[in-house]
Design a binder for this molecule. Structure first.
Ligand code: AMP
Length: 249
């Protein structure tokens, strides 16, 4: 079975992001970019399934500018077998990403597609669900555990108030939650080896998907600055402040 893992290039989660002065978006000039953290978890899970003998090949795919190859290269350094970059400039919204992924699924015929549950730049949490709908495949979203069983897959999902386990027939779509695993670091030898692994570049335009954004960003603003913390002298004072200042008691 082949596993397809879509990996998105996003602003590194450690970066203190700056909003552009005109409020039109986040300033990306000279900012460190990395693989979306949930996609690292998705790659790790695919590698574990391959290492357990349940999958034969892990293919990473990214949609974005030419630099998205760095993200695919990271997946290859972690252990993915090969990569695909669909080149597209500008913001490609989740529906267009899902349509492009559907085209890649038609070419590659994977048994599983494991995505991140959300991209930390747009926080959409849509692509996996849209891809499942477009393909008519079952979806196990917010997965915190995967077990392949009887030609299907059991997915433990984080839901309000607990964990739910569902069984899906294959082929299926999975979206990875934070607690699915702890992704490995790429070792130096594997980073070197990854340089020789194949990446297939294609213009996203060749798939005939309309990439025009449907949303217009009206405004992007920094969150209000948080007031500094205060040290109080006693529990009694804390209770008093919670009553009189915060009004929560
Ligand atoms: P989103 O729906 O934008 O929150 O993204 C959810 C997941 O879809 C991500 O964690 C990725 O696995 C995948 N994804 C979204 N955008 C892209 C992209 N441009 N290239 C590759 N994968 C993507």
């Amino acid at each position: 079975m082949k596993i397809l893992v879509p990996v998105k290039r996003v602003v590194d989660y450690n970066v203190n992001i700056r909003v552009k002065a005109d409020g039109s978006g986040v300033d990306l000039a000279n900012v460190k970019m990395s693989m979306n953290p949930f996609d690292e978890i998705a790659v790790e899970e695919a590698l574990r399934l391959r290492e357990a003998g349940a999958a034969s090949e892990v293919v990473a795919v990214s949609i974005g500018p030419k630099e998205a190859q760095e993200t695919v290269r990271t997946a290859l350094a972690m252990g993915a077998d090969r990569g695909i970059v669909l080149e597209a400039e500008g913001n490609v919204e989740p529906l267009a990403v899902a349509k492009l992924l559907k085209a890649i699924v038609a070419e590659e015929a994977p048994g599983l597609v494991i995505l991140g549950k959300q991209a930390i730049d747009d926080d959409s949490n849509q692509t996996g669900q849209m891809l499942a709908a477009l393909l008519g495949w079952p979806q196990g979203t917010f997965a915190s555990k995967l077990v392949l069983a009887d030609s299907g897959i059991e997915v433990t999902r984080e839901v309000d108030g607990g964990l739910q386990t569902v069984r899906l027939a294959l082929p299926a779509i999975i979206t990875a939650d934070l607690r699915l695993n702890e992704p490995r670091y790429a070792s130096l030898p594997n980073i070197m080896k990854a340089k020789k692994k194949p990446i297939d570049f294609r213009p996203a335009a060749q798939y005939g998907v309309d990439l025009t954004p449907r949303l217009t960003v009206l405004k992007t603003a920094e969150p209000p600055a948080r007031p500094a913390g205060r040290r109080l002298a006693s529990v009694a004072e804390l209770v008093d402040r919670l009553k009189t200042e915060a009004g929560v008691l």
